[in-house]
Structures are given as C-alpha cells and as structure tokens.
Design a protein. Sequence first.
Length: 152
Amino acid sequence: MTLSRRQLLSVALIVPAAAAVPLRALAATPEVYNESGIAVDGSDVVAYFTEGKPVAGNDTVTHDYMGVTWRFSSEENRDLFAADPVAYAPQYGGYCAYAVSQGYTASTVPEAWSIVDDKLYLNFSTSVRRRWERDIPAHIMAADANWPSVLN
C-alpha cells in the first residue's frame, strides 16, 4: 500500500493534533458516582447519619453539589447537607470504598454502607462490604492514598 503526498500530509497533520488531546480528558471518571446526573443512586446521604439506614431521596427535594444532583427524603436533610456537604457526602465521591482501596472505582448500592469516624463509606455490595470490614483502617489508608488518582 502506498500513500499519496496529500494522504501523508493529512496524516502528518492529524497525528500531532490527536496527541495533543490529553488521554485523561477522554477517559476521566466523574468525580462523584452518579447515574444521569443523580448522585449515589438517589439515596439521601444525610439519612445514613440521622436514621442509621439507607433512605431513598425524593426527586423534588434536591441540592446541586459537585456538578450532580443529590436527593433527600426531607427538606431538613437537604438543608443539613447544603449547610455542610463535606460532613455528609460519602468518601471517594460515593464510589466503592473497597474498590478505591484496591486502585479502581466501582458503583455502589445503598445497602452496603458504613460510618467510620463520622464519615460515610459506600461499597459495591454487602459481600464487598464484608471484605472492607476485615481491615477498615488499612483500606481507608490505601483508598486515601489512591484518591483521586483512580479517577483517571
């Protein structure tokens, strides 16, 4: 196969332009786990602290934070979150804490959660949460070291 001068010139112009686009910009994982712009499966993250269980958020009681919409089961919970989102938002953007400790991201389910030192951690499943619970301090240390570089 032979290329004409025009084809070679086209390739010579395209390759450097393509190389100039950062790969991480093409493949970056969003900073907050979300589906269609709704954070952490629409769960009310404040309810984990106030009710000690997962509670579905209401699609009419929301707050925008970090580029996604967070849902809440009550206006009181929404207001608590809005006043101090860092206190209530799950660690690692709501991605599976165990996965982040292992160097990657994974989605989460509302039922697989834990609060450690007043911080909310979510996991991919209840069986993964059991793995997480085998050595929470080591997993938190590893996840803290991996976050946020696992997003790239």
